[in-house]
Design a protein around this ligand. Structure first.
Ligand code: SF4
Ligand code: SF4
Length: 194
């Protein structure tokens, strides 16, 4: 079955956002959404709704959100590393290296080997003072998630892409927080946090 969405003004758009909780539910498992025209640049949301496998939909949402942030910061030397020290470490004359990634088990002295959306949101005061950063609310694709998943995704630092997607898949705020805490404690015992 096909459902054609006519979104021609702000009122239609708000109605669409308000109905997202229904469109992403099992009730629409056999419905393919189509946009009459993409006036508000929401085609990625339609693509996400048309992925009926829950895990694959989450992967698409996560990767699309990461890509949007990467594209926005492309060619910007955001952390401005010099001699392995980021702009904040140089400003604070810190003896530490490798920026905030030094606290993470994925830190490798080079580009991040995984894809972590919370890290990409740049909560760092020094970065925020130099650049207009993207907030989670700016990412339209995130609207397809449940509110619990939105809170989790912006708190899930130092986790791999697969771990974050698993946290989102479980769709429980309490279980997500327990899993994030467990990973953090595991890192402490392995000496991953300095
Ligand atoms: S986000 Fe801030 S603390 Fe982290 S590496 Fe960049 S400048 Fe340094
Ligand atoms: S997950 Fe975050 S903190 Fe860890 S290496 Fe990647 S960007 Fe750095």
């Amino acid at each position: 079955m096909e459902k054609v969405l006519k979104i021609n003004n702000q009122k239609d758009l708000n109605k669409f956002y308000n109905r997202l909780f229904l469109y992403r539910s099992f009730l629409y498992n056999f419905v393919t959404f189509k946009l009459e025209k993409d006036k508000y640049d929401i085609n990625d949301l339609i693509l996400a709704l048309n992925i009926k496998n829950r895990r694959k939909r989450l992967e698409f949402i996560y990767d699309t959100a990461c890509q949007e942030i990467d594209d926005y910061f492309a060619n910007k030397n955001v952390c401005d590393f010099k001699n392995n020290k980021c702009r904040l470490q140089r400003k604070l004359k810190s003896d530490k290296i490798n920026g905030c990634c030094r606290k993470c088990r994925f830190e490798c002295g080079g580009p991040c080997p995984t894809k972590n959306l919370a890290c990409k949101l740049f909560y760092c005061s020094e970065v925020k003072s130099k650049y207009k950063i993207i907030k989670i609310e700016d990412l339209k694709i995130i609207k397809v998630l449940f509110w619990r998943q939105k809170i989790l995704i912006k708190s899930d630092f130092f986790s791999s892409r697969e771990e974050v997607i698993r946290d989102l898949y479980l769709n429980s705020y309490i279980i997500g927080v327990i899993r994030i805490g467990y990973r953090f404690i595991k890192k402490l015992f392995r000496g991953g946090v300095k």
